[in-house]
Ligand binder design. Structure first.
Ligand SMILES: [Zn+2]
Length: 241
């Protein structure tokens, strides 16, 4: 069966760079990130663009890479390494944060797009979508898509859900707003067919290298085990919170 694992990153830090503690688990040191890319190459796993996955039908295990929040490190560290390893990827900026401290500028985002990488929306303001009124939700989805399309000159088909928090109404509204793919941060393997909702695995600072290797090693049994364990942890979290 054709399978796709999407792994999601946030910010990559170079030596000496620091961030406040609360963001730290969502960062990865550049050398660790490069080690992971090297391992993906070594494993021989095909890295595809999300928009192409529905055409992948040869019973393989595929990988896709995404980068949330539009951090400056996307252009400073991520882009050169992706080009070096010849990997495709999607980038998801928050429109109202573009040009602010530590985030990409419009010119940098356009450059990433011109280099052939996919740009998607991560909303206007990064709110929790389930807390918005209908018109606020509409604005976060439609306005961000429109602005990104005007700036990049390309259709914006992918939407990364802020905090990964969603319900069926949000998925329906994402679709109605003209996106082809809504991306969560729930750990599931994706299959071609209905790609309107796709799931991702967040790679965190606390993700061990051995877990990472198991993830991308086409070891389906291990992937299923990790998936079950992740679902169990999620249920436990729901139970205790
Ligand atoms: Zn985010």
């Amino acid at each position: 069966m054709t399978q796709l694992l999407i792994i999601n990153y946030h910010r990559i830090l170079s030596a000496g760079e620091t961030v406040p503690n609360r963001f730290r688990d969502f960062t990865l040191d550049k050398e660790k990130f490069e080690e992971q890319l090297f391992w993906i190459k070594k494993a021989g796993t095909d890295v595809v663009d999300l928009n192409d996955f529905e055409f992948c039908k040869n019973h393989q295990f595929f990988l896709a890479l995404t980068f949330d929040d539009g951090k400056k490190s996307d252009v400073e560290h991520v882009l050169p390494l992706l080009q070096q390893y010849e990997f495709k990827a999607s980038f998801f900026p928050v429109v109202n944060l573009i040009g602010t401290e530590d985030c990409l500028t419009w010119n940098e985002l356009k450059y990433i797009s011109q280099c052939g990488f996919s740009i998607g929306s991560h909303s206007m303001n990064h709110p929790s979508l389930t807390k918005l009124t209908a018109s606020e939700l509409q604005s976060e989805l439609v306005q961000s898509k429109k602005i990104l399309e005007e700036k990049t000159g390309k259709p914006i088909k992918q939407f990364s859900i802020p905090y990964g928090i969603y319900n069926q109404h949000i998925i329906k509204t994402v679709k109605e707003s003209g996106y082809g793919i809504a991306l969560t941060t729930r750990f599931r393997i994706n299959h071609p067919g209905d790609i309107s909702l796709m799931h991702r695995c967040n790679i965190r600072r606390s993700t061990s290298f051995s877990t990472f290797k198991k993830l991308i090693n086409r070891n389906i049994a291990t992937t299923r085990y990790l998936q079950m364990s992740s679902i169990f942890k999620y249920m436990l979290h729901q139970f205790i919170s």
